[in-house]
Design a protein around this ligand. Sequence first.
Ligand SMILES: [Zn+2]
Length: 64
Amino acid sequence: MEPQSQLSREELHAWQLSIEEANRHNIWCHCRHCNREWIASHPAACECGSKSVEYIACWQFPDD
Ligand SMILES: [Zn+2]
């Protein structure tokens, strides 16, 4: 028999959900206007009022 892929469909689904969860609650925000940086659970305008904010999901950062 062929070996199964490492993740079952169910495990893969759980993994995708956990990625989405992490993405939802750990968004690194950087204001291009005042250079403020913060972590947010959802994209929002900067405290300075600027909406020119860069959003990067934390899980996209490399480990090192
Ligand atoms: Zn700002």
